[in-house]
Design a protein around this ligand. Sequence first.
Ligand code: DQQ
Length: 459
Amino acid sequence: MLDQRHRPRYHFLPPANWMNDPNGLIQWQGVYHLFYQHNPHGAFWGTMHWGHAASRDLVHWEHWPIALAPTPGGPDADGCFSGCAVDDGGVPTLVYTGVSPEVQCLATSRDGLRTWQKHPANPVIAAPPPGLSVTGFRDPCVWREGNDWLMALGSGLEGMGGAVLLYRSADLRHWDYLGPLCTGREEETGAVWECPNFFALGGRHALITSPIPLRRAIYFTGRYAEHRFTPAVQGTVDWGGCYYAPQILREAGRTLLFGWLWEGRSPEAQQAAGWAGVMSLPRALSLTADGQLAFAPALELQALRREPRHFAALDLAPGAETMLPGVSGDSLEIALELDPGEALTCGLRLLCTPDGSEEAGIVYDRAGGQLLIDRARSSLSDGVEREARGGPLALTPGEALRLRVFVDRSVVEVFANETLCITSRVYPTQADAMGVRLFAQGGGAKAWSLDVWQMAPIH
Ligand code: DQQ
């Protein structure tokens, strides 16, 4: 029943049915735990549960029993929405949103995160602050600050814009509202800020949130003092049009980010496939000198590399397509260092049929100062997304285009020159849509180095 043609082989996804946001990411006694919004009843959004998986290496995941299910008659009767996990003095604790209405709830585990007991006095926050007219009240992000627990809650203020509300508690069970941590203007950054993550990074603070209706995750970096966050820099976490509601995983010396990759095909096709939604690869976050977020695929992913192929100093003639002999596949990692030279556009084509009737392009567009995934010919099916997606990338003179590209059947994740990520979905129809080519147009370019690996499956 599960459509194998487009089902990723080294990205995490549940055995079947629907997945959306990553939830409750935590490392516990050497094991990574990944929870996720899950509908066990079908490949469509509804009856939100928390699915659960665990990993020792961030790459291979074992499916664990569902962690949270709606309790009939309870404050989460209509769904266990997104939230986080914390270590409450040795007790694993989930903090999540119950609906409807949106209220905040707790659950704890006494058997090593396997089963979860809901706090009898749920909800622990039963209503928005009096006098505040909110457009959302969900997705708690909780952290320790001195002797306090602090909670950032995704919200929006009627007629104003997205907001993160800040609460404080001594015991995770009784919460006081401190005020807005940060607010946005609706015309700039949307009406409701879903799934906030607030954390220290590189001597500053960062807020990552997913605003309605932007359909992408954005970030701010700036200063945090006296329970207020003042953004100085704003950016986009991923420009590919399918990456949403990411959550951080904090560990000693490293902050990782996982995001939900939604489908680019119709609800009917998703249900026919029997699954919908993929988890992004984990990416490590850092801060550039000018306050932007920088992204790098987690080092652990290198464990999946097989059959290395290396090419050096390939001259790309204008208008020519450079085939890579012996390179093909739909589960690949590609690392490319490309000097755009005189080319107007240059880059890679992936998932190419030999006759070129299907292919997806990763295109550097010099005049436009952008990097795009060109999906116009990525599928002969007209029932799937095929519009181009991309973001700004202005290379300075002499600067090479540096790409890490992860192809996994219907997922393409692109990391470019540290600060730009483009993750998109593609659905080729032909069995031989497996080729990789390089190209340059309007002038010559040079690939200084190109490495390609087959990626081992994790399922
Ligand atoms: N998904 C959850 C909400 C969250 C949204 C519900 C973001 O908690 O705001 O499935 O994708």
